[in-house]
Unconditional design. Structure first.
Length: 86
């Protein structure tokens, strides 16, 4: 088996693997939509749930810094009273 044949087979294997993973990702996406739909049917807000999930991925310090900045920006725009002191 020549080098080009080996390279071709490796490339084909990578492409097929990526295609399988893309199909799995589509299936997982559909499953996640189903879960959000079930939560919505139970009265939960899917948009807020997505925000909570995004926040849970952050470490505590990063999340606190972003929340503080958000408060400062909202205060500057007159959306809330004084920013909270920590």
């Amino acid at each position: 088996m020549g080098q080009s044949t080996i390279a071709r087979e490796k490339l084909k294997a990578y492409i097929e693997r990526i295609e399988r993973l893309e199909e799995e990702r589509k299936a997982i996406g559909a499953d996640m939509r189903d879960v959000y739909d079930q939560a919505k049917a139970d009265g939960f807000d899917a948009t807020v749930m997505r925000q909570v999930i995004r926040l849970r991925k952050q470490d505590t310090i990063e999340r606190q810094e972003q929340e503080t900045l958000l408060d400062i920006y909202k205060h500057a725009l007159g959306m809330i009273g004084q920013p909270q002191e920590e």
